[in-house]
Design a protein around this ligand. Structure first.
Ligand code: NAI
Length: 690
C-alpha cells in the first residue's frame, strides 16, 4: 500500500495505491488519517483531490479483515476526519466507489466521477449494514427514499444516475486527475458546502415506513441485513447524527459476528474461488472468438442470448428453415423482453440480434471456435448432431452438450477428437441464471476444461465442475428435494404447507409451486427413462397427477388448481384426494415449518455428502454454489453444505436418524456420518486425496 501526495499549486493530490482494489485495510485507514492532519497543517494547501491508482476508486473494506476484531483507526473516524478537515477534500472517482469507499467519498466536500464509475453501499450483500456513516449521511445527501433503495438493495448506481440523485457533483470526461484539479479550482471560488453530517434529513410521508418495511421484508426472504439497514436509516430520520451513527455502528458490529454474515462471506469467497480452480492452475484456455448453438428452443435461445451478451458472434443452427425462424424469434423475444423491462436500450437489442446468424446448414460452422448443442434430450438425436459436427468443424473447435440427464460419455462416443468435448450445463433461463455446470468426460483435455471456466467468466457465470452421474450435481439433489416433498405429503403435510415452509426457509418458491411453473412433464419423462433403466424413482403423487394430465400451470392445474388468466395457486380437492389415495395405510401427523424444512433440506445434504464422496463435486463449496445459483437456495444460509456445517453435522445426523424412525427420510449415509465425526465435509475431500 502506498499513499502519495503531489502538489498542483494550492491543491494537493492524494493518490491511494493499494492493489488490487484499493481496499480500506488498516494501513490505508492509518495513512488517510495522518494525511488529513499533515495537509491541514500545511498552509499552502487549500483543497485536496483524493484519487486512486489502478482500476478503481476505493472499492470497499478489506474483506479479509472481516472475521477479525476491528483495528483502529476505525473507518467512521477516518470519514469524520476527512469531513472535518480544514481543507475541503474532493473525491475523484473511477471504477467503483463501494461500501467504505463511498463512505469516504461522503466525507469529502465534493464528489466527481468519470461516466463509467459506479457508486454503492453493497454491505447487505455480505450480511452487514454500512458501518461508517453510510446510513446516516446518504439520506441527508440524496433523500430518504433513494437512500433506502440503494442501501437495502445493495445495488450500485452508475455515474449518470448518481449525478441525477445528487450523489456526485459533476461527471468529468477525459483525464480524471486534471479534471478533478480543474473542478477543485472552480470549487474553491464558491462557498464550501455544509458537511453532510450537519445537514438536515429530508422529511418522509407519515405512511412511508410501514409500506417500505413491508416491501424490504418481502424482498429479503428471511435475510436480516436489509431490515437492519432500514432500521438504521429510520434512526437517521428520528435521531440526531451522533445517535444515528452510534446505532449504525452497533448494528454493524453485531452483524459482523452473525451467522448470516459468515454464510454470505463463505459464498462470496467461494464464488471468487470457483472461477480459478487450483487443479487448472497454469492451464491456458483456448481462445473463443466465435460460437454456435445447435437448437433454438428454450435453452438454445437463452444460450445464444448469453453468448451475444458477452459479445461473441453466434450462428444458430436448427433443423430446417421454419425452425430457424422460430429459433430466431425465440432469441429476439429475449432481447425485446429486456427492452420492455427497461434493462436494455432498443439499439443495443438490435445490435445483439444483428450478431446472430440463423441457418440450417452445418457448413456454416467450418471456422467456429465453440459449438454448444441444445437439441432434444434424446441420445440418438444428440449423437447425430455430434456426428455432423465431427465432419464440419475444425478439429480444435470445442464441442459441448447442454444435456441435463444423458451421459456425456455416451453422447460423445465415436466423436473425432473426443478431447475437445465436454458438457456445459446451463440453467433456465440461460441468459439469466448464473450457474454453469462444467462436465468433463474421461477424454476431455485440460485446456478444453479450462476453456469452460474462461467461457463462464466471459458470460459472467459461476462455473462449477461436475462429474458424470444422473443429473450431475444440481438435478441429482433436486430429485431428492422433490422425493422428500412427496414423502411429506404421504405423512399428512399438504402441498401448500410444504411450499410455505420452504418459502419461510428462504426459498423464492416452494417445490410444488416450482413444478407447476416449469411443468410436471419434464420430470415424468425422466422418471420414465429411469424406469426403463431398471430404477425405481419415487413420485407416487406426481405420477398420478401426470396420469390425470395435471401438468402444472400450462394445463390449468397441477399440484394446485388455477383459474384462467390467474397464476395464483389454489389448493385442489382433486390433488387432496390423490394424496389420500397414495397415502392409504401410512400414519398421518401434523408438521411444523421447521420439521418440513428439515425433512427436505437435510436429505439434500445427505445426497450431497455422497456426491462429494463420489467426486461428482470436488469441493463442498461447489455444491453450495450450485444450489444457490441454480435452484434458489437462500444465499444468506450459505448453501446446503455451509448450512449443515453451521448447524453442526452431528445434529444433522441426529435429526435424520430421528426422522428416519418415522420413515420420513433415509438414514444418513456413511460419508455424512464420517463428516460429522470429523467436524466437517473437508474430510470427504481429504479421504479421496489419499
Ligand atoms: P426445446 O424442445 O425447447 O428445444 C430443442 C430445440 O432443438 C428445438 O427447437 C428443435 O427444433 C431443435 N432440434 C432438435 N433436433 C435438432 C437437430 N438435429 N438439429 C438442430 N436443431 C434441432 O428443448 P430445451 O428445453 O431447450 O432443451 C434442450 C436441451 O437442453 C435438452 O438436452 C435439455 O435436457 C437441456 N436442458 C434443458 C433445461 C430446461 O430447463 N429446459 C435446462 C438445462 C438443460
Amino acid at each position: 500500500m502506498t499513499l502519495t501526495i503531489a502538489r498542483e499549486g494550492n491543491i494537493a493530490v492524494v493518490t491511494v495505491d493499494n492493489p488490487p482494489v484499493n481496499a480500506l485495510s488498516q494501513p490505508l485507514r492509518q495513512a488517510l488519517v495522518e494525511t488529513v492532519a499533515h495537509l491541514d497543517a500545511d498552509p499552502g494547501t487549500e483543497a485536496v483531490v483524493l484519487l486512486c491508482a489502478g482500476r478503481t476508486f476505493i472499492a470497499g473494506a478489506d474483506v479479509s479483515e472481516f472475521g477479525k476484531a476491528p483495528e483502529p483507526p476505525h473507518l467512521p473516524d477516518v470519514v469524520a476526519a476527512i469531513e472535518a478537515a480544514r481543507t475541503p477534500w474532493i473525491a475523484a472517482i473511477h471504477g467503483s466507489a463501494l461500501g467504505g469507499g463511498l463512505e469516504i467519498a461522503l466525507g469529502c466536500a465534493w464528489r466527481v466521477a468519470v461516466p463509467s464509475a459506479s457508486l454503492g453501499l453493497p454491505e447487505v450483500k455480505l450480511g452487514l449494514v454500512p458501518g461508517a456513516g453510510g446510513t446516516a449521511r446518504l439520506p441527508r445527501l440524496i433523500g430518504v427514499e433513494a437512500a433506502v433503495d440503494m442501501i437495502t438493495s445493495g445495488n450500485p448506481v452508475r455515474a449518470a444516475k448518481a449525478e441525477e440523485l445528487g450523489l456526485v457533483d459533476a461527471i468529468v470526461e477525459g483525464d480524471l486527475r486534471s479534471q478533478a484539479i480543474a473542478f477543485a479550482r472552480e470549487a474553491l471560488a464558491k462557498p464550501r458546502p455544509m458537511p453532510i453530517s450537519a445537514r438536515p434529513v429530508p422529511a418522509v410521508a407519515a405512511d412511508f415506513w410501514p409500506s417500505v418495511e413491508k416491501g424490504v421484508a418481502s424482498k429479503a426472504k428471511g435475510e436480516a441485513a436489509p431490515l437492519r439497514a432500514l432500521s438504521c436509516i429510520r434512526k437517521t430520520t428520528e435521531a440526531d447524527f451522533a445517535d444515528a451513527m452510534a446505532h449504525e455502528r452497533e448494528t454493524f458490529l453485531a452483524l459482523r459476528q452473525s451467522a448470516e454474515a459468515a454464510a454470505l462471506r463463505h459464498v462470496f469467497f467461494s464464488e471468487r474461488a470457483a472461477a480459478r480452480p487450483p487443479e487448472l492452475a497454469g492451464v491456458t484456455p483456448r481462445s473463443i472468438a466465435s460460437a454456435a448453438v445447435i437448437g433454438g428452443g428454450t435453452m438454445g435461445a437463452g444460450i445464444v442470448a448469453a453468448l451475444r451478451d458477452a459479445g461473441l458472434p453466434v450462428v444458430l443452427i436448427e433443423r430446417d428453415q421454419a425452425a430457424v425462424e422460430r429459433g430466431l424469434t425465440n432469441v429476439r423475444a429475449i432481447f425485446e423482453g429486456s427492452v420492455k423491462r427497461g434493462r436494455m436500450a432498443a439499439d443495443i437489442a438490435k445490435a445483439r440480434m444483428a450478431g446472430v446468424t440463423g441457418s440450417d446448414d452445418y457448413a456454416r460452422l467450418a471456422d467456429t471456435d465453440l459449438v454448444i448443442e441444445a437439441v432434444f434430450e434424446d441420445l440418438s438425436v444428440k449423437r447425430a448432431v455430434f456426428a455432423r459436427l465431427s465432419e464440419v468443424c475444425r478439429p480444435d473447435a470445442i464441442l459441448a452438450t447442454n444435456t441435463s440427464y444423458l451421459d456425456p460419455e455416451a453422447i460423445s462416443e465415436g466423436l473425432a477428437h473426443p478431447e475437445r468435448f465436454l458438457g456445459l450445463h446451463f440453467f433456465s433461463p440461460a441468459h439469466v441464471m448464473k450457474l454453469l455446470e462444467i462436465v468433463p468426460t474421461k477424454s476431455t483435455a485440460p485446456d478444453v476444461l479450462s476453456t469452460g471456466f474462461s467461457l463462464a467468466a466471459k458470460l459472467a457465470k459461476i462455473p462449477v465442475r461436475a462429474g458424470i452421474c444422473d443429473g450431475f450435481i444440481g438435478n441429482r439433489i433436486l430429485k431428492v428435494t422433490r422425493a422428500q416433498a412427496e414423502r411429506l405429503l404421504l405423512s399428512g403435510a399438504t402441498p401448500s404447507a410444504v411450499d410455505a415452509a420452504m418459502r419461510a426457509f428462504g426459498m423464492p418458491m416452494g417445490p410444488f409451486e416450482a413444478q407447476d411453473l416449469g411443468g410436471l412433464d419434464i420430470a415424468a419423462f425422466q422418471r420414465k427413462a429411469a424406469r426403463e433403466r431398471g430404477e425405481t424413482p419415487f413420485a407416487p403423487v406426481a405420477d398420478r397427477l401426470c396420469g390425470l394430465e395435471r401438468l402444472g400451470q400450462k394445463s390449468g392445474g397441477g399440484w394446485y388448481d388455477y383459474q384462467a388468466g390467474d397464476r395464483t395457486p389454489r389448493p385442489s380437492e382433486t390433488v387432496a384426494a390423490v394424496i389420500a389415495q397414495a397415502a392409504a395405510g401410512i400414519s398421518q401427523r401434523t408438521f411444523t415449518q421447521a420439521e418440513i424444512a428439515d425433512a427436505i433440506v437435510l436429505p439434500m445434504v445427505n445426497e450431497a455428502a455422497r456426491i462429494l464422496e463420489e467426486r461428482v463435486a470436488l469441493r463442498s463449496a461447489d455444491i453450495d454454489l450450485v444450489k444457490i445459483h441454480g435452484y434458489g437456495f437462500p444465499r444468506w444460509r450459505g448453501g446446503p453444505m455451509h448450512y449443515a456445517e453451521a448447524r453442526g453435522l452431528r445434529e444433522v445426523v441426529h435429526v435424520l436418524e430421528r426422522l428416519a424412525t418415522e420413515g420420513l427420510v433415509d438414514l444418513p449415509c456413511d460419508g455424512l456420518r464420517r463428516a460429522a465425526a470429523a467436524g466437517g465435509f473437508a474430510v470427504l475431500v481429504e479421504e479421496r486425496a489419499t
